[in-house]
Ligand binder design. Structure first.
Ligand SMILES: [Fe+2]
Length: 454
């Protein structure tokens, strides 16, 4: 028989309900303590504070440090601690992520549990990544933390205290409520867990899961709200870009480009006055202009045209693209096939279709414009399938820099108008793959994939 070990199990997920479910699954099977973290940064702190972590089980996508960051840290600082990844992606997708290099090097099994997962799968994978056995709960019982028992015990199952290595003491009878006195005594003694007989555990787990799921449904709605890109501070833009897969170096580069463009514009009174009139904080045109700046820089950075000159052109065009538009609603129309376009009055449709040319006219009045900037502004609503405007160009006739810009424009628009979660992000990428992987878009599209680590 292999040696059983003591030590703590660290579970990391930004979604509290997922965390709760994983913790319940694991706690019910093993007598080891569990620690819960909500991001890589959080988890690293916990590992530094607790020397006896024996396994890390982590989600991948988490604001405030993802699973890749955690794995990289672990590999460098605690190479003996096994790592199990629990995420919504399949192995083909995650094994390409540079931060996870080395995780899938063992050919005999995969340290990945794909969400949604079953309890048995999680437990089985945990046993596989660990070279030693975890401490099993006494046969015939399942363990539950006292907090969770009090929260979820709606079906009044009985509960036991563990009073010796193999000895249980019944403290709550089935159908009885746990008394306040008992709770008090348990808390004073520092007891953290109760034990439920296996036959009753299923009923308990059923009602607990229902509640957690309910909580999950509410939280999910809140969380997708949360990741909708908030543009009210540089930190939140960075956080949003990190969430959609942009690397730290690319973010820093883009920030530098944005800063220097804004500085140049500030020093030109004419341009800054015009921009001030349309770029009012917290509106769509402002957010789109700024975000296109970041994203087009990040894409260009992965191409053969990665020069300061290119970044300047893209960022200037980003800020100027909609300078002729006053309405945020009209600016949100990307192409003629958008439902929103069809619903507009014919006058508004004309305004939408002519705004690239009108913006260009304004920009030309402000000073000399390079032909690249000219083309980008003129073509920023052209689309590969020919359903763009004003000219209805297609993937073979749109200029390369414009292609970079259009990808950035469309991606920014989607990030700003949709609630971004793993599923919607996946949908966006799939649509991009269908629409943008050919013609003059091919290289810019490959660059976008690189920039956003797909
Ligand atoms: Fe526009």
């Amino acid at each position: 028989m292999s040696e059983e070990i003591e030590g703590r199990i660290l579970i990391v997920d930004d979604n509290e309900s997922n965390l709760e479910i994983m913790a319940m699954y694991i706690e019910s099977e093993f007598d080891n303590d569990t620690l819960l973290g909500s991001s890589a940064v959080d988890a690293i702190e916990l590992i530094k504070e607790n020397s006896n972590i024996i396994i890390v089980i982590s989600d991948y996508y988490m604001p405030g440090g993802d699973g890749g960051m955690l794995y990289t840290w672990l590999k460098e600082n605690k190479p003996d601690v096994p790592f199990l990844l629990v995420c919504g992606e399949n192995q083909d997708t995650v094994e390409k992520l540079p931060e996870l290099q080395g995780l899938f090097s063992r050919g005999d099994f995969s340290p990945l549990v794909s969400k949604p997962f079953k309890k048995e799968e999680l437990i089985e994978k945990m046993k596989m990544v660990m070279s030693k056995e975890l401490t099993k709960v006494i046969e015939g019982y399942k363990r539950i933390s006292i907090d969770r028992f009090l929260t979820f015990n709606k079906c009044f199952v009985g509960a036991h205290l563990k009073v010796g290595p193999k000895k249980m003491l019944k403290v709550v009878n089935k159908d009885d409520e746990i008394s306040e006195e008992l709770i008090y005594n348990i808390v004073v003694k520092g007891v953290k867990y109760l034990y439920i007989e296996e036959e009753e555990y299923e009923a308990f787990m059923g009602s607990a899961m229902e509640e957690v799921m309910e909580k999950l449904a509410c939280r999910d709605a809140e969380e997708s709200e949360k990741v909708r890109l908030q543009m009210n501070s540089v930190e939140s833009i960075h956080e949003g870009l990190r969430y959609v897969g942009m690397g730290q170096k690319a973010i820093e580069l883009a920030q530098g480009v944005v800063d220097s463009t804004l500085n140049t514009i500030k020093s030109n009174k004419k341009i800054s006055t015009i921009l001030k009139s349309i770029l009012k904080k917290d509106n769509y045109i402002y957010e789109l202009s700024l975000l296109t700046c970041y994203i087009s820089t990040a894409i260009a950075n992965e191409t053969e045209w990665a020069t300061t000159e290119t970044y300047k052109k893209l960022s200037y065009a980003s800020l100027m693209q909609d300078v002729s538009l006053k309405s945020n609603d009209l600016a949100k129309i990307c192409k003629k096939s958008d439902i929103g376009f069809k619903k507009l009055s014919s006058e508004d449709q004309k305004t939408v279709i002519s705004h690239p040319v009108k913006s260009l006219e304004i920009v030309e009045k402000l000073g000399e414009v390079s032909s690249d900037v000219r083309n980008i502004i003129w073509e920023h609503h052209e689309r590969p399938r020919g359903d763009g405007f004003p000219r209805g160009l297609d993937r073979k006739s749109i200029g390369t820099l414009s292609c970079i810009f259009i990808l950035a424009h469309e991606f920014s628009h989607r990030l700003l108008t949709e609630s971004i979660n793993h599923e919607t992000l996946e949908n966006i990428h799939n649509e991009f793959e269908r629409n943008y992987s050919g013609g003059n878009f091919k290289k810019p599209y490959d660059a976008l994939r690189k920039a956003f680590q797909r």
